[in-house]
Every structure is written in C-alpha cells, then in structure tokens.
Ligand binder design. Structure first.
Ligand code: DUT
Ligand code: MG
Length: 149
C-alpha cells in the first residue's frame, strides 16, 4: 500500500539526500545524521541526533523510528526509545535517540544512516469508562500464567 509523505529538508539538512527505501519492498526509510563534521558516542552514552527533516504524515498514520540491525549487531548501537513515535501532527525536526551499548566509541559522520523510519497506520480509541469488564477464560492471568497445570 502506498501513501504520500510530505518531507521538508531543514536548513542544516539541505545538502543531504532525502531518506529512501533501500530495496524494492523495504519497510523502513533510512534516516541520515544531519550532524556537523562528526560526533563520537562514547560507550554507555546517548545522544539526540538531528536528521535535518520535518514532515507532515497523513491523518491516521504514525512513523516509527527503529534501529538498524547492522549497527546493533556490529557496534551495539541502537535507538533508545524504539520504536520512537512520530505523531501525524508533529512539525518539528525528526530526531533519533541513539545509545551506544557497545564497548567502543562509535563515530557518527554527517550523512550516516543511523536508523530507519517505518510508516504505520494508527487507530485512535474512543474511551468508554465502565465499572465491569466482560469475563474471559484468561481472566487476570498473565506474565507466564498459561500452560501450567
Ligand atoms: O524518536 C523520536 C520520538 C519522538 N519524536 C518527536 C515526534 C513526536 O511527535 C514528538 C513527541 O514524541 P513523544 O510523544 O514520544 O514524546 P513525549 O515525551 O511524550 O513528548 P510530548 O509531550 O511532546 O508528546 O517528538 C522524535 O522526533 N523522535
Ligand atoms: Mg507524547
């Protein structure tokens, strides 16, 4: 399914390519780091990385900011709040909260692909407060409650 996504390159991202799907059926658009020359993420530290992009998602959609598995597997670098949520009414800069869980400093250069963004449909619930909930076989069981005799 295809939708249109309005993307705006901000001044500090003007020279960077727009995010793109890297294969025909890729789910995520790679996000690029709109940092200055470069930035080093020391082990155990996090940083809010600018992408130089703002956008207008269509009503009924969100964007999820997710890690790239290559960075996680090779360097222990991931998105701290994964999946980050971009609301359809957000017009500020999209930023990525990266954390270095590895044991070596991780260098981020301008234009590096640091995360990916997946567009997904959203349902907003109409909240109905009740005093009784319907009965179910599971009831209040959870947290490993099934399969026990
Ligand atoms: O990884 C992320 C997560 C969020 N945002 C932006 C877009 C999103 O619409 C807004 C708010 O995000 P969220 O609701 O997760 O943060 P909050 O702490 O609840 O802030 P707010 O009170 O502004 O909703 O911040 C990003 O740029 N990157
Ligand atoms: Mg919020």
């Amino acid at each position: 399914m295809q939708i249109s996504l309005e993307l705006k390159r901000l001044d500090h991202g003007r020279d960077l390519p727009l995010p793109a799907y890297q294969s025909d059926l890729a789910a995520g658009l790679d996000l690029l780091a709109a940092v200055g020359e470069s930035l080093v993420l020391a082990p155990g530290t996090r940083a809010l990385i600018p992408t130089g992009l703002a956008m207008a998602l269509p009503t009924g959609f969100e964007a999820q900011v997710r890690p790239r598995s290559g960075l996680a597997a090779k360097h222990g670098v991931t998105v701290l709040n994964t999946p980050g949520t971009i609301d359809a009414d957000y017009r500020g800069e999209v930023k990525v909260i990266l954390i270095n869980h590895g044991d070596a400093p991780f260098e981020i250069s301008r234009g590096d692909r640091i995360a990916q963004m997946v567009i997904a449909p959203v349902l907003q619930a109409q909240i109905l407060e009740v005093t009784e909930l319907t009965d179910t076989t599971r009831g209040a069981g959870g947290f490993g409650s099934t399969g026990r005799s």
